[in-house]
Design a protein around this ligand. Structure first.
Ligand code: PMP
Length: 296
């Protein structure tokens, strides 16, 4: 295997997957007529890799199928085939710790038209790896700071589409405010973070928004809530206001790439004593322990 240079935080010289082929990244090309490019007509998944093993694969491929079905993208997930692509990418890129990004578009009809192309138009399937220090994320020690922004996304946030301009704008607003992330607010209630699910803890109870079209059904969320319940931690799935969040004892987020990450400040208000909360750290440990056992 050729050595894979890593410049700053960008991987170079990767082998990526495109429609059945493993190619050097500079040779992987997608058409300008691809509907992913022209209409953001595409869905995606991000799966994390620890010790060269894939975390929560099953949940991610099931959600991929659901996203395709909700959008009428004619694609039947073949779990074994997709697993093989994940494994090959881990091996070819010597990935020990990081993520595998998967994007599937409605394909390339050869022209621009709002009307969907015929269902037999081949989808475009792209996967690539990203190296990252997921375990040693420095934010675990300090906790994250967040600001609130209005949730201006479309109303089918349960479908994991690549329409990520607004979350990207929210992230830039956070950066401009000198904090780490933004929590999005709709009708005074927190929906979720720019790319993660949001939680507060009050009097020992973990509160996170119930599932619906307003939020992405996080794969990490499902696992963390299950582990919390089996550890006899009290869980309440309901919408909470941003005021409630600021008055909480703790807060945290979950996602495939951050696992469980404490939040210590919301809109300039410090939570508790301003250090990562006990429940968040315990859930992170539980999550990591269980996920590593089940990694494939
Ligand atoms: N909400 C949003 C808006 C996200 O983008 C993500 C991460 N893709 C999540 C929640 C967390 O989902 P998961 O745990 O499956 O990574």
């Amino acid at each position: 295997m050729r050595p894979r240079p890593h410049y700053g935080d960008r991987d170079m010289g990767r082998i990526v997957y495109l429609n059945g082929d493993y190619l050097p990244e500079e040779e992987a090309k997608v058409s300008v007529f691809d509907r992913g490019f022209l209409f953001a007509d595409a869905v995606y998944e991000v799966t994390s890799v620890l010790d060269g093993k894939i975390i929560a694969f099953d949940g991610h491929v099931k959600r991929l199928q659901r996203s395709c079905d909700e959008l009428g993208i004619d694609y039947q997930v073949n779990e074994d085939e997709l697993m093989e692509v994940h494994r090959q990418l881990v091996a070819k890129n010597d990935l020990k710790e990081g993520m595998i990004y998967l994007q599937l578009t409605r394909g390339n009809p050869g022209d621009r038209d709002f009307v969907y192309p015929p269902a037999d138009t081949p989808v475009t399937l792209v996967l690539f790896t990203q190296t990252a220090n997921l375990l040693d994320n420095p934010k675990i020690k300090t906790g994250m700071k967040v600001i609130s922004v209005e949730d201006q996304r479309w109303s089918r946030r349960d479908i994991k589409t690549v329409q990520l301009l607004y979350p990207s704008m929210a992230k830039m607003a956070a950066k401009a405010a000198g904090v780490d992330d933004a929590w999005m607010i709709e009708d005074g209630h927190v929906t979720e973070g720019s790319s993660n699910n949001a939680y507060i803890v009050k009097d020992g109870k973990i509160i996170t928004r119930h599932l619906g079209n307003e939020i992405l059904h996080g794969i990490t969320r499902a696992a963390v809530l299950a582990y919390a319940k089996s550890a006899q931690m009290e869980v309440e799935e309901r919408a909470f206001t941003i005021e409630e969040a600021k008055a909480a004892d703790e807060a945290f987020i979950t996602s495939a790439s951050t696992f469980v990450m404490p939040v210590v400040e919301i809109d300039g208000v410090t939570l508790g004593d301003g250090t990562p909360g006990e429940s968040a750290l315990r859930l992170r440990e539980l999550y990591l322990e269980e996920s590593r056992k089940q990694a494939v």
